[in-house]
Design a protein around this ligand. Structure first.
Ligand SMILES: [Zn+2]
Length: 115
């Protein structure tokens, strides 16, 4: 039966996704951005009328989780680390979305089989 073939194909894809998920390293939701600031010191280069040079870059990680939005500053020496975590989280979401796609498809197939 065609739907049996399709069902085992989906099961194989799910197993593949699970393997990829357990291999994911540390993760964190959000996105990184660069910021340049102006300080309060009089006559500072950041306020030069001709060629202002703002302070920075400063990096921040912004994310919303469980309805709460937060922003955290990230020190330059931690940037690569945090960037990797953000990348891993995106991959985690992509993989779980694919998994749910398959789950929905599978349910549909099983429903058709019963009829
Ligand atoms: Zn300044």
């Amino acid at each position: 039966m065609i739907s049996d073939m399709k069902t085992s194909q989906i099961a194989r894809k799910v197993e593949q996704l699970k393997r990829q998920l357990v291999q994911l390293g540390p993760m964190h939701p959000g996105s990184l951005s660069e910021q340049y600031n102006v300080c309060g010191k009089a006559g500072c280069r950041c306020k030069d009328p001709k060629d202002p040079q703002k302070h920075g870059p400063y990096y921040q990680l912004s994310f919303t989780w469980r309805g709460k939005s937060r922003t955290r500053f990230v020190r330059a020496e931690r940037l690569a680390d945090v960037r990797q975590k953000v990348t891993n989280y995106r991959r985690f979401r992509k993989l779980t979305d694919e998994w749910v796609d398959l789950v929905v498809e599978l349910e549909q197939l099983e429903r058709e089989q019963v009829q």
